[in-house]
Design a binder for this molecule. Sequence first.
Ligand code: SF4
Length: 386
Amino acid sequence: MAIKDIIERCTELFDDLEFNAAKNWKAADPDRKVMAYMPVYVPEEIIHAAGMMPLGIVGGGDQMEVIHGDAYYQSYICRIPRSTIELGVTGKLDFIDGMLFPSICDVIRNLSGMWKMIHPDKFVSYFDVPQNFVDGIGGEYYVRELEHLRDGFAELTGKPISNDAINRSIAIYNERRRLVREIYEFRSETPWKAPASEVYLLMRAGLVIPVEEHIAMMKDYLAAANEEQRPLRDSCRVVINGSFCEQPPLNLIKTIEMSGCYIVDDDYLLGNRWLLEDLATDGNALQVLADAFLHHSADTAAKYCTRKEDVGQFLLQSVKQHKAEGVIFAAPSFCDPALLERPMLTDRMTEHDVPHISFKYAENSGQMQPIREQTGTFADTLKLWS
Ligand code: SF4
């Protein structure tokens, strides 16, 4: 398949706020159900094992006018909860059978309560994750949370979910994780062959189509991108940090690239690579998921870091691994987790002589010129003096 066709399909999915791909999947069989979830991470394997399709919701982006959503929240708050409410009250998510709100921040916690009030007849769960990483404490707690989730899904679908079924789903998600890692590595090695805006659209498609389809799409992309002849530019290599929840407009990602930066790593849509390694597929599946969360998962402001000296190590490691020349801290306005962690991360970058700049965005930011000037100047500075 040609790269143009793959990206056209991803763009179609990106633009479709009616979520027709998920609706069509569900319509093909009356027994099918769709379970939506918010960022950053939920164990999709359990949704999949229940025979449901996981549907990632990351707000309404810059195409949606928020009218009702503003009435639910004060003005000094990020935009993703308002546009998600807007998706809900305008009926765009009426077809879903439930929604998970993972524990990230107070905003998402409050949103789960509002969602329950707006959709009293739907499955709604606030999915709490451990803040303690000791196996016998946080690990045990997390296994119980996963059991609770599994039993809730079983009640919703009317079918028990076996350990074998979850293991089979883990195997499928292992393949997805491997491909995501491969694409990220491919971009890091040859960033001119896999522009960040394309990789972003490809990952974004994975939120709204069945995982099996996404796996096939990523394989097609890798094959096509390898073949594609694209010019090597004199851009500098940067890592993006802070964009793990509310997503920037696509134009912002394109603007960063056009200003002379190759994005060689990022934390956009982090959920699909939250677990860093392949998981065992023949054990106690919930225990395996819990172990992976506790000991082999990505570090982000949305996850509690128990030791002060560990803050920033994950980012530093990414800078080294991807031979990045600098870091762009780009976080949503009013995002408590990202913006409260930012000073600690910038301190850590300064300590290690990693050049960095910072700005904020909203999912509907329209003015790209100031960002282009800022990132363009940063890129020039890196080229001249780093
Ligand atoms: S953007 Fe930040 S503050 Fe807003 S819901 Fe997401 S994590 Fe919470």
